[in-house]
Design a protein around this ligand. Structure first.
Ligand code: SIN
Length: 196
C-alpha cells in the first residue's frame, strides 16, 4: 500500500447522499479540531484500543526521522473514548489530506457519552473513523514504552514537535475524564526525556 491514502479514501461511497456524517476522533482529532463541524459530542467506540504505533512522516516527523502518532488496534471487549463531530461531506476532503499518511476511513458505530444528559439526544450513530492498519507503509508497531517515548521526544514535523501531540492528547483525555493507560504511561516516560 502507498503511504498517501487520499485517493483511496475519496473512493469511499458508503455515505454518498448523506447531508451529515459523524466522525470519531481519538488522536489529534480530539484536541485539534481545525475543521468546520456542526456539533461535537464526547463518544466512544467498541472493540478498539488507541496505540502510538503509527509512524508520522509529515505532521510530527519526517521520512528520515518519523514521529509516532495514534492509531487504533483491534481489541475485542475494549472501549476507546474520544470526540465525535457532526460534519458535512465537504469537510472530508481536507480531512483526507490531513490523515493521508496511512489512515483509511472505516465505518464504525459511535456511542455518545452524553446521551443521558438529554433524553432527546441519540445514543449511538453510524459514523466513520480514520485508522492506520499494520499493512500501511508508515506503520511502526509496538515497542517498549521507553523507546516510543524517546522517539517522540526527538521527533519533529511540519505540525510541530511530536511531544506536543502526545501531551495534548493526554491532557484532552484527562479533561474528558478518561484514563488511557497507554497514553498515561507514554507521557510519564516522556517526562524524563524532555530537555530543558
Ligand atoms: C484521529 O485523531 O482520530 C486520527 C489520528 C490523528 O489524526 O491523530
Amino acid at each position: 500500500m502507498t503511504i498517501d491514502t487520499t485517493h483511496i479514501n475519496q473512493q469511499m461511497t458508503h455515505f454518498d447522499g448523506h447531508q451529515e456524517i459523524w466522525l470519531f476522533g481519538y488522536g489529534s482529532l480530539i484536541w485539534k479540531a481545525d475543521f468546520p463541524y456542526l456539533e461535537r459530542r464526547p463518544a466512544h467506540i467498541r472493540g478498539w484500543v488507541r496505540r502510538f504505533w503509527q509512524g508520522s512522516h509529515d505532521h510530527r516527523g519526517t521520512p528520515e526521522a518519523p514521529g509516532r502518532v495514534a492509531t487504533l488496534v483491534r481489541a475485542p471487549g475494549a472501549i476507546c473514548h474520544g470526540m465525535a463531530y457532526r460534519i458535512t461531506p465537504e469537510t472530508l476532503g481536507p480531512l483526507d489530506v490531513r490523515e493521508k499518511n496511512g489512515y483509511l476511513r472505516v465505518v464504525t458505530e459511535l456511542h455518545f457519552d452524553d446521551a443521558h444528559e438529554d433524553s432527546r439526544a441519540s445514543e449511538s450513530a453510524e459514523g466513520l473513523v480514520y485508522l492506520a492498519t499494520e499493512d500501511n507503509a508508515a506503520f511502526l508497531g509496538d515497542a517498549p514504552h521507553d523507546a516510543i517515548a524517546r522517539q517522540i521526544a526527538m521527533a519533529q514535523g511540519a505540525s510541530g514537535p511530536n511531544r506536543d501531540y502526545l501531551l495534548n492528547l493526554a491532557a484532552a483525555l484527562e479533561r474528558l475524564g478518561h484514563h488511557d493507560e497507554h497514553v498515561v504511561s507514554l507521557a510519564r516516560h516522556l517526562d524524563g526525556k524532555i530537555a530543558g
